[in-house]
Design a protein around this ligand. Structure first.
Ligand SMILES: Cc1ncc(COP(=O)(O)O)c(C=O)c1O
Length: 403
């Protein structure tokens, strides 16, 4: 793999911040974008910008084809059974809200939803809202001593016959990985629906819906080298068809009169209003970009780099790593002594290093760690050893300054 030429395709990475080259270790928050994505979006606006699905004219039909082609690309990317199972959203958050809102009519007082303790708020708060509206209970699935999902606790909770289990595939805060295939199989055996938050997975590994065995899968374009403002909800056709639409209005209807409205078929039924057309096209370019890479080699590259990062960071006296397992993906979480994570972030920033500091939209998890927040360094396919070395050197300088 020619990693240098891959990295060269990300223009934002080729910049200096004062005396330092940019060391971008915040890919879990949002990834940088390759030229292919930037060019696809610009070309759409320059040459065939029009609204989709609505007009007979040539530009609109080109825009519609380009938009719908991305749905087909996603069928292939996700191993979906049919194109109607792909719903464009504005991101993971909207995708999960779409399901949690859409299922309200199917939940009753006393029903149970299980949520991964490491879940991002986007995969917790919508279930709490559903619970508030229906009297359903939401319970956390605990973590074991290694801060991985506790399989024994999970089994005990499954015995209570939950109606739905919401899991993250990869924790955005820790980088820990859930065995989705096994967890979904267990949940299904107990009659539960499953929703998987794949926001931190799709950029790092190929995913296949048939193999994972979940019922719903959500992710964002901007974390997988695509643009912001677009995400995807995949769901089993019958389950998607049973969702009450979150948004209603144009595009999603079959017939409308003042007396009544009949909703249209999937996927339009769940895509009310003008969709993020250029962003969908940008996402299509990101998928094409990823699919033309040697993904196996990239996974090995990222795994090697993450392990190197974990080792080098752990060797700095005063550093505390959280759940830094060798099989983690994409991110390492840490604190330094009793220093506030934001202070570390500011000191690193002064040396050109971008990391994320805070609760990582996982406050319940921070509670389990016994901290208010932490720093997180996260990697993408473009990250290299020079990034890690610059970060480690900057962290050592912080340590010297603060001790
Ligand atoms: C695991 C996970 N789920 C959900 C989200 C929310 O994604 P978005 O803000 O793109 O909707 C994020 C973003 O950080 C995430 O990391």
């Amino acid at each position: 793999m020619d990693h240098e030429s891959l990295r060269a395709q990300f223009p934002a990475l080729q910049q200096q911040l004062g005396d330092y080259p940019l060391c971008y270790l915040d890919t879990a928050a949002t990834s940088q974008k390759p030229l292919q994505v930037l060019e696809a979006m610009e070309s759409f606006y320059r040459t065939h910008n029009a609204n989709v699905h609505r007009a007979a004219h040539a530009l609109s039909s080109k825009a519609t084809s380009a938009y719908e082609d991305v749905r087909d690309a996603l069928v292939n990317f996700l191993g979906a059974a049919r194109r109607e199972e792909i719903i464009f959203t504005h991101g993971t958050t909207e995708a999960i809200n779409l399901v949690a809102h859409g299922l309200r009519g199917q939940f009753n007082a006393g029903d149970l939803i299980l949520v991964d303790s490491a879940a991002h708020h986007a995969n917790l708060v919508p279930w709490q809202q559903l619970a508030k509206a229906t009297g359903t209970r939401v319970l956390p699935i605990g973590l074991d001593a290694e801060l991985r999902l506790d399989r024994t606790a999970f089994r005990a909770l499954l015995a209570q016959k939950p109606k739905l289990v919401a899991l993250s595939q990869v924790s955005n805060a820790l980088g820990t990985v859930n065995d989705i295939q096994a967890l979904c199989a267990e949940a299904r055996a107990h009659g539960a629906m499953t929703l998987v938050d794949g926001a931190q997975a799709v950029a790092h590994m190929p995913v296949n819906m048939a193999e994972l065995g979940c019922d719903f899968y959500a992710f964002s374009g901007h974390k997988m080298y695509g643009p912001t403002g677009v995400g995807v909800l995949w769901g089993r056709y019958d389950l998607l068809a049973g969702l009450e639409p979150l948004l209603t209005g144009g595009e999603m209807i079959k017939t409308v009169s003042f007396e009544q409205t009949e909703f249209g078929e999937l996927p339009n039924r769940l895509e009310a209003g003008t969709p993020p057309i250029a962003e969908v096209i940008g996402l299509g370019a990101a998928i094409e970009f990823l699919q033309t890479q040697d993904r196996e080699a990239l996974m090995q590259h990222e795994a090697g780099l993450l392990n190197y990062l974990q080792r080098e960071l752990a060797a700095i006296p005063g550093i505390h790593l959280y759940a830094a397992h060798p099989d983690n993906i994409g991110a390492v979480a840490f604190n330094f002594g009793d220093e506030h994570h934001q202070d570390i972030g500011i000191l690193l920033d002064q040396q050109g290093v971008a990391v994320r500091c805070g609760h990582h939209c996982a406050m319940p998890l921070m509670g389990l760690l016994g901290v208010r927040g932490c720093c997180r360094a996260s990697l993408g396919i473009y990250s290299n050893k020079a990034d890690v070395d610059q970060f480690i050197q900057a962290m050592k300088a912080c340590a010297d300054m603060l001790q």
